[in-house]
Ligand binder design. Structure first.
Ligand code: SAM
Length: 208
């Protein structure tokens, strides 16, 4: 895991400076997410990066625990939150694969551009399902490289060994949906700007 943190630390400055790739799609995902938020909610964001999404959602919930493996990404996030006077987000350095999570502790879990970056997505999704309260929502946006760029399966391990790529898992949209349903989620909403683009999913945990 330390290796993964180093990769993201190295690119944090560049990442913080780069504009959002598709602003309209990003805004749509923010809007759909906010339709699920309520003022008393506890939200967990995994792989929060430089914090823009958590800071945007902060006024709509009680508290956000925003976790990232990279201390350098988090330094940008903390600066942005303090500049925006946002006080209900706690930025925390941790690997999602290893972090302690309370059972049924969160109303909403957010995972944007992260599920393809973890070693074992089934294990991570199962833990997040457990961390959500019954009736809670898991909202994710994921590059499903297996849909159109299956060849990455061969490039990714080599790029990772050379330190040029992070851990990168190649799977299809169907694989991801199967992981979610296997963990016990029901898919409520599914959206992509085009086939092969990031797959945005709102998945619910049964109960109330
Ligand atoms: C592609 S960036 C996405 C950042 C942000 N969610 C966004 O949409 O802009 C992936 C982020 O996940 C973090 N990350 C990668 N592997 C992680 C892990 N195992 N646990 C926690 N964070 C991780 C990286 O440090 C990076 O900030």
């Amino acid at each position: 895991m330390a290796h993964a943190g180093k990769f993201w630390d190295r690119i944090a400055k560049r990442y913080a400076r780069s504009p959002v790739a598709d602003e309209a799609a990003y805004r749509h995902k923010l809007q759909v997410t906010q339709d699920y938020l309520e003022p008393e909610m506890e939200l967990l964001e995994i792989g929060c990066g430089t914090g823009s999404t958590a800071i945007t959602h902060a006024p709509f919930v009680h508290h956000i625990r925003a976790v990232d493996i990279s201390e350098k990404m988090l330094a940008f996030a903390r600066d942005k939150a303090s500049a925006a006077n946002v006080r209900n987000v706690r930025f925390e350095q941790a690997a999602i694969d290893e972090i302690e999570l309370p059972d049924a502790g969160y109303d909403v879990v957010l995972a944007l551009s992260i599920l393809h970056l973890v070693e074992d997505r089934d294990a991570v999704i199962a833990r997040l399902h457990q961390a959500l309260r019954p009736g809670g929502f898991f909202i994710s946006s994921t590059a499903c490289l297996g849909d159109k760029m299956g060849f990455f399966k061969f490039i990714a391990p080599l790029g990772h060994a050379l330190g040029l790529l992070p851990v990168l898992r190649v799977f299809t949209s169907q694989d991801l949906q199967d992981s979610l349903t296997r963990a016990g989620f029901e898919i409520n909403y599914r959206w992509q700007t085009a086939p092969g683009k990031a797959l945005f999913i709102v998945a619910g945990k049964a109960g109330s």
